[in-house]
Design a binder for this molecule. Sequence first.
Ligand code: FAD
Length: 125
Amino acid sequence: MLLGRASEVVVVGGGISGLSTCYYVNELAARTKQMIHLTLIEAGNRLGGKIVTDVNDGMIIEGGPDSFFTLKAYALDLCKELGLTDDLVVADSESKGTYILNRGKLSKLPEGTSRACLENYSAFC
Ligand SMILES: Cc1cc2nc3c(=O)[nH]c(=O)nc-3n(C[C@H](O)[C@H](O)[C@H](O)COP(=O)(O)OP(=O)(O)OC[C@H]3O[C@@H](n4cnc5c(N)ncnc54)[C@H](O)[C@@H]3O)c2cc1C
């Protein structure tokens, strides 16, 4: 993609999609030495969209996403570019598994399920 000179770029939404779009558009403009005027429009009063982190009594509570799959490299690549890899926490293999809270009790889903996505059909057979 080539941007014209002093292109007007408007990104709607300040969630991860909009923010990363702003980052990559900015990178492209810098790399190709093109002038852009970049505007981000966000309807809410904060950035991040579904990503929201709360700290309560020293406990970190993620209101939305708390992880990403490294199998697809895009999020990891972005973290690397932004110098955030030291802040990443690898999921503890001992707490591996997906649970559903049902009538006050945690029930573990069978192996082969990941975040309620069926990865291995035979796990249910
Ligand atoms: C509880 C929960 C847990 C999740 N867990 C994970 C996880 O562990 N791993 C994972 O990969 N994904 C997870 N997801 C999915 C992930 O959060 C989303 O796919 C991702 O955050 C979506 O980002 P987005 O920028 O596309 O949209 P959003 O985060 O929804 O951002 C859209 C933004 O656009 C703004 N907007 C909307 N309309 C307009 C408008 N007309 N004008 C201006 N601004 C507008 C909104 O206010 C918002 O800020 C989870 C989602 C939820 C809800």
